[in-house]
Design a protein around this ligand. Structure first.
Ligand code: ADP
Length: 533
């Protein structure tokens, strides 16, 4: 067989020619016409961007940052930057300024492409990022706070059509993302051309997300969060229309986008889907064949809520920035063993072909796939990172396997069930209590909108669960009622004694429950805690 390199350039040219008429559709705001651009034109504009970046001095291996919402320009950068041999660094626009400056400096970004609407956020760190030689600004808004900048469209207009793409090593870095740094500084993960290529095929396979030309995908997950779960490249490869919501990510505009563009597939973290379910139960989401959901455990109540309210299937997946991110996805298996659909659908994911998985105990010994034994999940494979960018963290790897920091079990059909993240586990009297299980059960109560459970110090048991509850608007529930509700659903010794009712669960920069913040608030005495039992 030919030793042909698996590069994004190959995908770029394929999408340009074979799927020329597929479209990137950008939502421009309520009552504005959508911006619809054919793949052929997006590819031509990517050529112009590559020429422009070259003229600005970007060479092979240089990092180009993007500080962008999900939109057409972001897709152009997804194509141009890796194919010209440079490295696309998608910056998380929600990072605190210190972390933002840290990742830009750590990656040594040379140029940044920025949406004008969020220019003030980047401006806060402009004087701390001396290696950035140019900032290119696109879209509507006042970017004067950034000082000297270059206008994206003017830059492209000055170039001749076409670009002579270099031959690339498939193992060369194509893109990088930093983890959101819940502990310490964010860590960089570099994706190679080969890993992105293989991951795209895995996303598109029939056992997986099965994107194809007949679908159109609404990209809610930010392009800066684990490459929008790899969907832009996967969709480009097969000519699936992409709908880009930009900054319009609240329930109202999302419903507007879905009703007007009729996507067939989408994906989002549970908090976004919950928001739509609670705020817009009247929405018509019937164009969606399913919504992919992951990033944190997907409660049964959310899956059932979507089925009953919208007639839409929620499909759970598991992965992390380090795994490109898709590593496992839950499709109901042929051999269902009599388990209910919801029993299967609340599994975190079934491991994909191409990814090896195992669970290990505290001593590193492998545990059986019996659906019971729980330990740290470890993975390896061609789209799993083998190291962090310029960050020697050997403790994150174990004999060539990535230690995910997730604790869970695997059953005999390769379904993973995450019970906690190792930094969030609650160890009560030496035994694990699964915060994920408690949260999922609590979110099944009709008065509970969100539930986050964290471990707090306890004199007798070392640690006990604290349940942090957000009630549905206008609903009431007491700790005693919720304890009663949990009694038949979890082991008695799991029942939390400490309860707090809060307005909102603090969220991380990618929309997950921030348990670190909750623990800190508890330690600082900022939560009003009621005790039962
Ligand atoms: P961060 O680490 O900043 O949250 P990632 O998006 O890389 O950023 O998060 C990956 C983590 O998200 C996983 O290690 C896991 O803890 C959690 N996660 C992802 N999918 C699921 C899922 N289906 N169920 C439970 N946890 C999940």
């Amino acid at each position: 067989m030919q030793d042909y390199p698996l590069t994004i350039t190959q995908l770029l040219q394929h999408g340009r020619r074979v799927h020329a008429n597929s479209e990137v559709i950008t939502y421009m705001g309520p009552d504005q016409p959508m911006q619809r651009t054919r793949f052929a034109e997006v590819a031509d504009r990517a050529d112009l961007l590559a020429s422009a970046l070259q003229r600005l001095g970007v060479g092979e291996g240089d990092r180009v940052g993007t500080f962008l919402w999900n939109n057409q320009q972001h897709m152009e950068a997804y194509l141009a930057v890796p194919c010209m041999g440079a490295v696309l660094h998608t910056l998380n626009i929600r990072l605190f300024p210190e972390q933002l400056a840290y990742v830009i400096n750590h990656a040594e970004d040379k140029v940044i492409i920025c949406d004008a609407s969020i220019a003030p956020l980047l401006a806060k760190v402009r004087d701390q990022i001396p290696l950035v030689e140019a900032i290119i600004v696109c879209g509507e808004g006042d970017a004067s706070s950034l000082g000297e900048t270059v206008a994206y469209d003017e830059l492209l207009a000055a170039e001749e059509p076409g670009f002579d793409y270099p031959e690339l090593d498939e193992r060369a870095a194509a893109a990088m993302c930093y983890t959101s740094g819940t502990t310490g500084n964010p860590k960089g993960v570099a994706y190679s051309h080969r890993s992105i290529w293989l991951h795209s095929m895995a996303v598109n396979s029939a056992q997986s997300v099965k994107i194809s030309e007949e679908e159109s995908v609404l990209l809610i997950v930010p392009q800066f969060h684990a490459m929008a779960w790899g969907m832009p490249y996967a969709a480009w490869a097969v000519g699936c229309d992409m709908i880009m919501p930009q900054q319009f990510l609240q329930a109202g505009p999302l419903v507007d986008i879905i009703e007007s563009t009729k996507p067939t597939v989408s994906g989002a973290v549970p908090t976004v889907l919950t928001d739509v379910l609670h705020n817009r139960p009247d929405a018509d989401l019937s164009s969606l064949k399913f919504v992919l959901c992951g990033g944190s455990a997907v409660p049964a109540s959310l899956i059932e809520g979507y089925r009953e309210t919208f007639g839409v299937d929620v499909v759970q997946a598991w992965g992390m920035t380090e795994t490109s991110p898709l590593a496992a996805i839950t499709r109901i298996p042929k051999h269902g063993d009599g388990m209910s659909d919801i029993g299967w659908k609340t599994k975190s994911g079934r491991i994909l072909p191409g990814v090896d998985v195992r669970i290990c105990d505290d001593d590193g010994a492998e545990l059986p796939w019996d659906g019971e034994a729980a330990g740290e999940i470890e993975v390896r494979g061609p789209w799993i990172t083998g190291s962090y960018y310029l960050d020697p963290t050997e403790e994150k790897f174990h004999d060539g396997w990535l230690r995910t920091g997730d604790v869970g079990s695997i059953d005999d059909q390769g379904f993973i069930q995450i019970s906690d993240r190792s930094k969030d586990v609650i160890k009560s009297g030496g035994e694990w209590i699964s915060s994920v299980d408690l949260e999922n059960e609590l979110m099944g109560h009709s008065s509970v909108r969100e539930a986050a459970v964290v471990g707090v110090p306890d004199e007798r048991w070392d640690e006990r669960p604290l349940a942090c509850i957000v009630l549905v608007d206008g609903a009431t529930a007491t700790p005693a009622e919720l304890t009663d509700y949990l009694t038949d659903r979890v082991a008695k010794w799991w029942l939390p004694e400490r309860w707090t009712f809060i307005e909102e669960v603090p969220k991380t920069s990618v929309g997950k429950f921030s348990k670190k913040d909750l623990r800190a608030k508890y330690a600082d005495g900022e939560l009003t805690v009621e005790t039962v039992g």
